[in-house]
Every structure is written in C-alpha cells, then in structure tokens.
Design a protein around this ligand. Sequence first.
Ligand code: BGC
Ligand code: ZN
Length: 366
Amino acid sequence: MKAIVVHPPKPGVEYMELKEPVRHGNGMVRVKILENGICGSDREIVKGRLTTARPPPGKDWLVLGHEAIGVVEDSADPRFKPGDLVMPINRRSYNGKCLNCLVGRPDFCEAEEYVEAGMVGMDGFMVEYYYDDPKYLVKVPENIKDIAILAQPLSDLEKSIEEILTIQRRFVWTCDDATYNCRRAIVFGTGATGTLFALLLKTYGFEVYMANRREPLENEAAIAEEAGLIYYNYTKESIDKLKKIGFDLVIDTTGSSASLIRDEIEILKPNGVLGLFGFPSEGNAVIPFDVFQRFIYKANVIVGLINGQKPHFQLALSHLAQWKAIWPGVTKRLITKIISVNDKKEVINALNEKEKGEIKVKIKWE
Ligand code: BGC
Ligand code: ZN
C-alpha cells in the first residue's frame, strides 16, 4: 500500500510501501482515499520547520496529509455504507481527560493530549486506504465533491469566526440593522486560507478587503470581482492609508512575517480584533510602547486561530454548497491544480514549493 511519508523533525518527504494498513481508533470503516489537499503546514513539515510535528509513538516516520476525501469501501458501522464519500477530521483526542476534549473540542485541549493527522503524533491521510473511527468522519455531499477538499481548511476558519463572534459579544458588534454590514474586515494574504477567510467573512455580511503586496493576479481579481471583495495592494507606505480607513477585524494569514503584526495592530479600530492564523517561522514582532498604549486604550484583542472540529466541518461543507450556487465562477477558481499521485516528481515538487497564484492543489489517487 502506497503512502507519502515524512520524518519530523528532519526535513524531506518520500513515497513508501506500507505493509500494515493504517488504523485509527476502533477503525471500523475502511476508507479508500480519492484525493488529498496540500497545505502550507505540510510544506513546513517537509522543510523540517514545524516544531510541533512528530511521528506516532515508537516510529520515526509519519504518513503526511490532513486534508482528504475518501470513499467508504467497507463499514461495520450502520451510519456509513460502501460508496459514501467521507472526509476525516484531522485533530483528535483518543484517551484525553481534558474536559474540552471529552465534549468533542480538542481544538481547545488544555492538556496537549490531542493528536493531529499527518502532523502531531498521528498518521495522516496521504495513503491508498486506511481504517477509521466513524466518530471522526463527516459525510461529503456528492454534488460538491469537486471543491469539498476545501472543507478541511475552511473548517479552521468556521471555528475562527465562531470564536471571534463569541469574543465580540463583550459589547454590541452588530449594526443598527442587526447585521455585520457596517463592520469592515481585512485579510492579509491571498492563498487558500486568505481567500477562504475573505469569502467566509463576506458570507457573514462584513465589508471585506483582501490584501497582498502586489497587484492582484487574474484569478484573484476575478474572485474579488464576483464575490464583491476589495483587493488592496499594500506597501510600507500604503499601510498608513489603511490606518485612516480603520478595521473592525484584521486577519493575518501570511504567517511569514512577524513584523507585519505591528501594522496590523495599528489599523485596528476601537474594540477591533486581530486574528492570527498560520505560523510565523522567522522574525520578531517589535511593538513600540505607544502602539501598545493605543492597543490598550482601544480595548483591542489579539487571538490565535487554530483548528476546526466536526460542527465546523459540517458548516464548511454547507457554505461550499452555498458558494457554488451564488458564486459559481469563484468556486471554479479555488482549485488551481490537480496532480495524479502517480506523477511522483510533480507531487514531491508541490509538497516542497508553493506555486505563484496557487490557491488549492489537490493530489488525485487513481
Ligand atoms: C490545519 C489545522 C491544524 C493546524 C496546526 C493546519 O494546517 O488545517 O486543522 O490544527 O494546521 O497543526
Ligand atoms: Zn492545513
């Protein structure tokens, strides 16, 4: 059985022939993988830069992959039948005693007892087939299977929005028409996370800017146009303009530069929130005292955004169905590349480097 494996904390990625099938939990459902998505975190692991990555106990390798769609081949659980399309949930807690884990929210695990498929102590889904626990499978509707792979990254963002809206219940954040239409959000970064975040905020009724340090590519301009997003090309100087505009919500998905955080704090309006998604892997965030003072005066919040759970996967799938109906052109532009798993060189290449203009790359198993 073919699998794509890594050796954290060492860099590198390779194809491996497994003798034993991967089995998670009570493993009652046999799932044949149809496709995997590639995400920035996968590349960080391949580069040996994700400090939290580790193989399962007793092994020095780990099956990569936390974004997957599979088809049920065999099931001892009556809720699933052969032919059902399913998506596995990536973060789990098997023997945890943390209360949040016990109620299905290992995204808020307080004991670091969770594991994450393809990342933290649990084999992932870049494998021909495997056995899974029904508790961690979500059914995928047939008519959105072309874009459904996006439900895993989107689940993280559904959770993020739920969290931000909960934080903002500290005062009245809705407008005088009870919507979020008067609230302005900006998302830094136009990769998969940035694009999905911008679309999701738009769905919730925010006015949404998406920002990158260059002119929009054709794909980005078309997405912004159809979904009614405002594309913003920012430079060191034009950040000042953003301060004047002012934002109720700032989302950083760039991860790349800790130094951007200072500017992101400065463009927040009173009571505004800065959400950080994705991991910086270099640099320092230097916040001068006067910026700090204003942050406190403005009652701002900075929150780390991580990992969605089962309700968020389900919400993500229904939002994707909604988007396919209202923004058909946008949804056609979100999958920017499909590579066959047999095309080993291309797959390894894609697992190492992000292509310019990439939103989501899929590996197809055939
Ligand atoms: C995944 C999240 C996960 C995070 C940290 C992301 O790529 O989509 O679900 O919690 O990495 O490992
Ligand atoms: Zn991911």
